[in-house]
Design a protein around this ligand. Structure first.
Ligand code: GLN
Length: 525
């Protein structure tokens, strides 16, 4: 094989139709062909990375091993491809502008007028061509027609001309609504979206049409005619029971032969990837506060699904603040297991603490992730150690028992954006704990994203499990320079971790913590 090939995926009509999962599915399908697949997610927003964005609007912030705070699509890529991503796999408009302006100040363009074309476009093309792999999938965020996305489309239009013939393949992913009143698919928005693409000089080579139900031949032919592509190159992708079925669907549609034929790669008629099944009969609730979109807790939800559990209910912790214990218990009673996910800021905190109290007192499996672990400690301090009003200084600066406090190194940092304790960090597991049993080894490396930690000065009662033989006490089960995990070992499952195991689940290898949690939840006896 000579030279890299590039598959560029743009989106049309509306956002939120699963461009990320479709791109990741395509990547997986190509990986099954024995190709090395590289990925670049382009985000046309001006933020340098996703770290400063509200998950309610933009979905979760995905953290890579190298501590980059990425768009959640990198999570799809990791899970589908079974490979770890890094900062190199995500490009934002903010990064490109920043780098061009920095270069200008360094005098790198001396004498020139610095412009969108060619300076910014050159920067974008370099980032795209530097991604490693046989086939590079470039997913452009947003929808064609967005003003922010134009410079990226221009860069890609140029790239096609600069690279060898037939090494760039354009896929436009659109939405084709079905009108039940007249029993027909409506292709007009797709036609118009293709016109927008053409206006900037891009002719799609393939259209993947997302729809609520299976696209019929009539609609396919119409889209093909108006978009100037062959009908076989219009692929329908209706909503599937599981997103993990999409790679196989694309394969069955022959997308690999169609793309391979164009970019000159031989494809095999083989596809072996195992689709995870979700047949465990458990009901799990995630008690969170970003309830605007499921995307806010994407990696947690997918980690459960990859552990064969159905999708969890997302319960708003804020409502619990107005409820007495009895009413909280009445809501939570129907669940086999509870998760308190990560989060920032004081909204909904007391509701999460009530949830933890319920789980501890009724021995309901509970998994606390980052903020969730910190609140397990707060609840334990208040209700078991009688440290009245114990809290994290994130929520009450004047608490008499700051059991969770800002890490010393963080107190010196005044800048926001990429400054938390981020990325993979090592920890040592304590033998004899549930956590040790789950991992079965001494050393682990897990991804972090936090500013606060357990304050052992205020909590000398909290000991490592090897120095405190009492399993009904809350004990430390993993440690580094910081406390990395706590548990009450004699409960069915009462485990909190300062890190984010959810970022490491892949198809076929869900994170062991989730796997065990789901197993315990399913074992109701
Ligand atoms: N807000 C907490 C901290 O900064 C928890 C962060 C998180 O859950 N990711 O430590």
């Amino acid at each position: 094989m000579n030279g890299k090939r590039f598959i560029i995926i743009t989106g049309g009509v509306i956002s939120g139709i699963g461009k990320g999962t479709t791109a990741a599915s395509l990547g997986r399908m190509l990986k099954e062909q024995g190709l090395k697949v590289g990925v670049l997610k382009i985000d046309p927003y001006l933020n340098i990375d996703a770290g400063t964005m509200n998950p309610d609007q933009h979905g979760e912030v995905f953290v890579t091993d190298d501590g980059y705070e990425a768009d959640l699509d990198l999570g799809h890529y990791e899970r589908f491809l079974g490979e770890n991503m890094s900062a190199k796999n995500n490009l934002t408009a903010g990064q490109t502008y920043f780098s061009v302006i920095e270069n200008e100040r360094k005098g790198k363009y001396l004498g020139s007028t610095v412009q969108i074309i060619p300076h910014l476009t050159r920067e974008i093309k370099n980032r795209i061509t530097n991604v490693e792999g046989d086939v590079i999938i470039v997913e452009i965020g947003g929808t064609v027609g967005d003003i922010e996305g134009e410079v990226f489309l221009e860069a890609i239009r140029e790239l096609k001309l600069e690279l060898p013939r037939n090494s760039v393949f354009f896929i436009h992913l659109t939405f084709v609504p079905y009108l039940s009143v007249t029993s027909e698919f409506k292709t007009k928005p797709t036609q118009q979206s293709v016109q927008l693409l053409r206006r900037i000089g891009i002719q799609p080579d393939m259209i993947i049409a997302r729809s609520n139900r299976k696209l019929d031949e009539k609609a396919k032919n119409k889209i093909a005619l108006f978009s100037g592509i062959r009908p076989a190159y219009v692929i329908g992708l209706e909503d599937l029971p599981s997103i993990y079925q999409a790679p196989e669907r694309l394969f069955l549609e022959g997308a690999h032969f169609k793309i391979g034929g164009y970019i000159g790669l031989d494809m095999k008629n083989e596809f072996k990837w195992n689709i995870p099944k979700c047949d465990k009969k458990v009901s799990i609730a995630l008690i969170g506060k970003y309830t605007g979109t499921d995307d806010a807790y994407k990696s947690v939800i997918e980690s459960l699904i990859l552990s064969e559990a159905p999708k969890p209910d997302i319960v708003d912790s804020e409502i619990f603040e107005r409820y007495d214990d009895e009413r909280v218990n009445a809501v939570l009673e129907k669940y086999d297991g509870l998760i308190i996910p990560g989060g920032f800021g004081s909204r909904g905190i007391e509701g999460k603490i009530k949830t933890i109290k319920y789980a501890r007192e009724h021995d309901i499996p509970l998994l606390g992730l980052c903020l969730g672990m910190q609140l397990m400690v707060v609840e334990y301090a208040r209700n078991c150690l009688n440290l009245e009003n114990a809290n994290s200084t994130e929520f009450d600066e004047n608490t008499s028992y700051p059991v969770i406090d800002m890490m010393e190194e963080q107190k010196r940092i005044l800048k926001m954006g990429g400054t938390m304790r981020l990325g993979s960090q090592e920890a040592r597991l304590i033998k004899g704990t549930v956590l040790y049993d789950i991992y079965g080894r001494d050393k682990i490396s897990e991804r972090h994203r936090h500013r606060y930690e357990i304050n052992l000065d205020i909590l000398p009662q909290l000991k490592t499990a090897d120095t405190d033989p009492e399993p009904s006490n809350m004990r430390i089960s993993a440690i580094s320079q910081f406390v990395e995990a706590v548990e009450i070992s004699n409960k069915r499952f009462f485990v909190g971790v300062q890190y984010h195991p959810e970022y490491k689940s892949k198809v076929g290898s869900p994170h062991p913590l989730f796997k065990r949690f789901v197993e315990v939840c399913a074992n109701k006896s």
